[in-house]
Design a protein around this ligand. Sequence first.
Ligand SMILES: Cc1ncc(COP(=O)(O)O)c(C=O)c1O
Length: 394
Amino acid sequence: MNDLGDRLRVAARMAHIEPFEVMEIQSLAREVEARGHDVIHLEIGEPDFRTPQPVIDAAKRALDDTRMYYTSALGMAALREAISGRYRSHYGIEVPASRIVVTAGSSAALLLAFGVLLDNGDEVLLADPGYPCNRHFVRTLGGVPRGIPVGPESRYQLTTALARRHWGARTRMAMVASPANPTGTLAAREEVAGLAALARERGGTLLVDEIYHGLTYGMDARSAAEEGDDVYVVNSFSKYFQMTGWRLGWLVAPPAMVRTIETLAQNLFISPSAVAQHAALACFSPETLAITEARRAELDQRRRFLVPALESLGFRVPVVPEGAFYVYADCSSLSADSFALARRILTEAHVAVTPGKDFGMHEPERHIRFAYTQTVPRLEEAVARIRRLLEGKA
Ligand SMILES: Cc1ncc(COP(=O)(O)O)c(C=O)c1O
């Protein structure tokens, strides 16, 4: 008979999966709140906006009028067509609906892409700092994430030159997020084209995560889908359409891979959420886009306030973020330990922020991520509180 220790044994792969630091910060924030303090939440990767009303209305109508059965594993034909239409109207490019796979958020899109591409031991090149789940997806599937240290000199992005230098015998993929989490920077178009060409030359694959598209300030981002139908593109309704909890995204895949991806999606998920898909049909309507564009302008105002305000506190922001809703600020002139500083900011100034530790191995102790997911008056209050703390008056 097994003893309890044996029965609680976890798979070896779990040794590589670390908890989200931001979750630890959130539970600490809840403790501070339970003591009666008002905490300003700048740690969470989702804006304070509600899902746009036309999307909610579409979901309500669908719940009344439609049977919520499984849909095709690839997603509802009408939604795949609508997403294809968005590539035409917004980016001016043709991405046929047949290449679009609707997924449970971009998380499932990433899992499917890595799932069909990686064999045990295959390497994926990723920017460090970067979105932490990527390396965990790769590990879970038996692949090896290779974090490439990036800094202000490449706008915190993986470049063609860096990928060329690090591309080894086992490298299968390079991955870019543009705009990126935690830095909010975009990859230059030439770099995306260069990375696509490099992947082609080496018999590998480029995957570009465009989840923060729509949330770029002063410019519209181009989609990597224009670099050729061999590039994988991931996107989501989570951020621009403020639908994080609905769990809906999509993957644009090479035509020859769609059937394989469908097979994996059928087995892993059966289908994406039906009600979320019905709701998302309202996303590209002029009414919804008017709401999301107004919110984009609001996020830009917050960014314009927060970046100089953080600099006035002694943080450094060497590359001004152009997208998403994050500022990845260098706090090294304030503290040698971003984790300790983030804890002090939370427990003494009652502002929750995420230390760099969540985003990789490259200088995490020097960085804190601020998510401008609160109104300008709340951001002003957060900055005032941090100022009092740093001046010893908290
Ligand atoms: C860069 C990036 N990619 C993917 C995701 C996953 O988002 P979702 O599964 O909600 O689409 C996130 C979430 O914060 C992210 O920041």
